[in-house]
Design a protein around this ligand. Sequence first.
Ligand code: ATP
Ligand code: MG
Length: 391
Amino acid sequence: MLKAFLIKYAEIGLKGKNRYLFENALCDRISEVLMPLGSYKVYKEQGRVFIECPGDYDYDETVEALQRVFGISSICPVAVIDSTDWDTILASVADYVDAMYPDKNITFKVFAKRSDKSYPITTPDMCSMIGAHLLDKFPQLKVDVHDPRVRLTVEVRKKTYIYSIVIPGPGGMPVGTNGRAMLLLSGGIDSPVAGYMISKRGVSMAAVYFHAPPYTSERAKQKVVDLAKMISRYAGKIRLYVVNFTDIQLEIYEKCPHEELTIIMRRYMMRIAERLALKENCLGLVTGESIGQVASQTMHSLASTNEVCTMPVYRPLIAFDKQDIVEIAQRIDTFETSIQPFEDCCTIFVAKHPVTKPNLKVIRNSEKRLGDGIDELVDTAVNTAEIIEIG
Ligand code: ATP
Ligand code: MG
C-alpha cells in the first residue's frame, strides 16, 4: 500500500524567490542517495517533494538513505490515490487504516488539507466525514482529539495522499545550496564531526589530509579515506587531497624550537589548506578544533594558527565538550573508525612540553629560521597532492 513518500522540509520554505533552487537541490540529493537502491521517481509539487517507489523497493533501506539527506525535516510513507472523488477517498482511507492498523486498537484524529479551495467539501467537513466513516466501519476505533496515537492525515491535491507515520529527517539544508568549504580532515574524532555539521548547513565539501610517510602509515591514510566515505554518505561527493607533509615537518623539526613544533606545523597546514581551498573554489576552511581541548587549541594557539590565512575558518565544535562530540560521532557512525589506533602526523614529532600560550611575535620569528626553502616545500606539497574522489 505504501508505494511513495511525502518529504517535508523546513528551512527551505523560508527562502523566498530562491526556494526553487533549494527544492531542486533537495530533489537532486534524494535522487543521488536512492540511485543505488532502485529506480525511484522524485518530483516536487506545490511545496512538497514526493518520491514514488519502484515495485520491489526495500522500505527500511529507503528510509535509512533518506535520513541522510540534509534538508529533510520529515519522511512520511504515504498511500497515493489517483483520484479526488470523495467516495473513493472515503473507501481508500478505510483501506489504509485497515492495512496499517489491523488490530484497530487505536485512538485517532483526522487532519485534512486541500490544495484546491474550490473542492466541494471544506476541511472541517472532510475531517468529520472521514472520522464518522471510519467509526462506522471499524467500531473498535476511538477518536481522541487531544492526544491521539494516530494522526491520520488526508491531503487532497491533484491526487489524494493518506499518511499517519512521520519519521524524522536529519534537518539542515540540501548540500550544495550554501557554497563549498575545505575540511581539514585528520583521522581523529573531531574533524569528521565538524565536516558533518558544516555540510548539514548545505555546504559541499572538499577535504585535505596531511600525511607524513614513512612516519605515518598507509593504514593511517586508509582510515582517513574511510572517514571521508562516511561523511560523504551525508555530504555527497568529496574530493580528498592527500598532502605529503613529511619534508615540511622535518624542516620545522630541524630548524625551529621543539616546544613550538605543533603550532608552526599547524600554521603550515592552514596555509596549504587555504591554497587548495582557493583551487577548489571554497569559501572557507573547516577544522575540528575546540577551545582548550589540547595545547594547540588554547585561545592563544587558535589565534596563532588563525593568523596565517585570510579565508574564514569555521570551527563548528569550538564550544563543544568532548563527550558531546563523541555522541555525534557515534550517531553518524564515524566513532569506531576514528578510535582505531594509527599514528597521526601531529603526534610523531610532538614536544614533551608544547607551548600553550604561543606568542605571535616569537612564533613569526621562529618561522623566519625556515628561510625561503620552506616556500618551495609548500609549493611542492600543494602541487604533488594526491587527489582521491570519494562518493
Ligand atoms: P581531530 O580529532 O579532528 O584529529 P584533534 O583533537 O586531534 O582533532 P588536533 O590534532 O590539534 O586536534 O587538530 C586540530 C584540527 O586540525 C583537526 O580537527 C583537523 O581539522 C586539523 N588536523 C589536524 N591534523 C590533521 C591532519 N593530519 N590532516 C588534516 N587536518 C588535520
Ligand atoms: Mg587529531
